[in-house]
Design a protein around this ligand. Structure first.
Ligand code: PLP
Length: 482
């Protein structure tokens, strides 16, 4: 018997049903609880132990999505989702991804899907223009951009290229010993330590540089002191990862001073703007990128705050040859005339995996659907909603803001004495327990701090106001009415 493939007509019919299902999901999102109250294992217990023997229609899967899956999700596109950082998606992004899936091409080499490579190069140049990134990252220079799956992968490949440079090319063939060092602030993302471990530096190879207590941003004098101490001990500073928009509080490390230090010591500077990079589409927020001309590499995640579904990290290098030299391996089965001509980009040499999807399509759909003004409007709305919420916090004596809020994240807490951590944790549990909103927490100044991150395209003033009302009520309950 031949396999019962879905023929194009069946695909058309089922595909329309799936698109309808997604549109219905988006329409009804606001009425659902943001998170599931089910215990771990609830979905697994509801699913059969083995796949069906005979095939089933797509409608049966859609019915189970409704009955079994969506009730057990945390709904990241929910207008009341304020946790972590946003992970936006949008209609055009989903459609671009659908086309990518339908085409099913592998873009590992230029030769395996020429338009996949070329559209990606152009999209990264478009994005570089949109964010007004330094010219040295554009493809007509020695630099260029590529889509990575995540900011974590961007940090990893930047670390590998930095080691290649710091070891004078020896890293490629000999690896590195543990004397190489990476530097980031105490608020640098955990992916930096992970990259250091994978690269062979060990988790302890990362120096956590102190932050300024007011701004939570890296202190350049502390960075210099750490580098000097390591050099004096015979260690080899290889990479500094500075952050624009730290995960805890969106602090902006002072790139002009950090960049000058990196230039002085010949250290690779990678700038991680995973979330806040998107803000640079707005000219009035580009102050956050001052000093970026010092960077050897830079990344931000359109999959966080720029309406492009996961996975899409935009990563640029100022000198692509260093990255390619660090990562390229040429087996016989990949040899081809285009690569040997030197006239093309083979993005497999810019990333860890060999295979790659046609992710530029979703960016192309998003950039064309929204246009520059549409994207700016999205960012400005998030910033304005966060400012509206911060105003409520500021106006209430029981609360305090825990850090500046330059973008769309507000860090705040109840001002309570000795039991501060426990009371604020209780506050968070109470508001999240309503199912109407979902906030997360961090530590700022080593104290428990609530985070409200605005980003869902569906979030409006009413949702931010509801979050405040729930916090207000829970605080009144917790602190007693008198
Ligand atoms: N860097 C920063 C500053 C982040 O905030 C995050 C995630 O929130 C990451 C890196 C990791 O992002 P990704 O999931 O793209 O690896």
């Amino acid at each position: 018997m031949s396999a019962p493939h879905m023929d194009p007509d069946e695909f058309r019919r089922a595909g329309h049903a799936v698109v309808d299902w997604i549109a219905d999901y988006w329409t009804t999102l606001g009425q659902r609880p943001v998170t599931s109250a089910d215990p771990p294992g609830a979905l697994a217990a509801a699913l059969p132990a083995a796949p069906p023997t005979a095939g089933e229609p797509v409608e049966a899967v859609l019915a189970d999505l409704d009955a079994l899956v969506t009730p057990r999700l945390t709904h990241w596109q929910h207008p009341g989702f304020f946790g972590y950082f946003p992970a936006n998606t949008s209609g055009p992004s989903v459609l671009g991804d659908l086309v990518s899936s339908g085409l099913g091409v592998q873009g590992m080499l230029w030769a395996t899907a020429p338009a996949c490579t070329e559209l990606e190069t152009v999209m990264l140049d478009w994005l570089a223009g949109l964010l007004d990134l330094p010219q040295r990252f554009r493809s007509h220079t020695r630099g260029g951009g590529v889509i990575q799956d995540s900011a974590s992968s961007a940090t990893l490949v930047a670390t590998l290229a930095a080691l290649h440079r710091a070891s004078g090319g020896r890293w490629r063939d000999h690896g590195v010993d543990r004397r190489y060092r990476a530097y980031t602030s105490t608020h640098g993302h955990s992916s930096i330590e992970k990259a250091a471990r994978i690269a062979g530096l060990g988790g302890e190879g990362v120096r956590a540089v102190e932050v300024d207590p007011d701004t939570q941003a890296m202190r350049p004098d502390a960075l210099r002191a750490a580098i000097e101490a390591d050099r004096a001990a015979g260690d080899l500073p290889a990479i500094v990862v500075a952050t624009i928009g730290t995960t805890s509080s969106t602090a902006v490390d002072p790139l002009p001073q950090i960049g000058a230090i990196c230039a002085e010591y010949g250290i690779w500077l990678h700038v991680d703007a995973a979330y806040a990079g998107a803000a640079a589409v707005c000219p009035e927020l580009r102050w956050s990128h001052a000093g970026l001309e010092y960077a050897d590499s830079y990344c931000f995640d359109p999959h966080k705050w720029l309406l492009t579904g996961f996975d899409c990290d935009a990563f640029w290098v100022a000198d692509r040859s260093e990255l390619i030299e660090a990562l390229t391996v040429m087996p016989e089965f990949l040899r081809n005339a285009a690569t040997e001509s030197g006239a093309v980009i083979d993005y497999r040499d810019w990333q860890v995996p060999l295979g790659r999807r046609f992710r530029a399509l979703k960016l192309w759909f998003v950039l064309r659907w929204y246009g520059v003004e549409g994207l700016r409007a999205h960012i400005r709305r998030g910033v304005a909603l966060a400012a509206r919420f911060a105003e409520r916090v500021r106006a209430d004596d029981r609360f305090e803001l825990a850090a500046p809020h330059p973008f769309s994240l507000v860090c705040f807490r109840l001002r309570v004495g000795a039991e501060l951590d426990a009371v604020n944790a209780d506050l968070l549990a109470r508001v999240n327990g309503t199912g109407r909103v979902h906030l997360t927490h961090t530590r700022v100044g080593d104290r428990y701090t609530l985070r409200l991150a605005v980003g869902s395209p569906q979030t409006a003033e009413a949702h931010v106001d509801e979050a405040w009302r729930l916090l207000d009520e829970a605080a009144t309950d917790l602190l007693g009415k008198g």
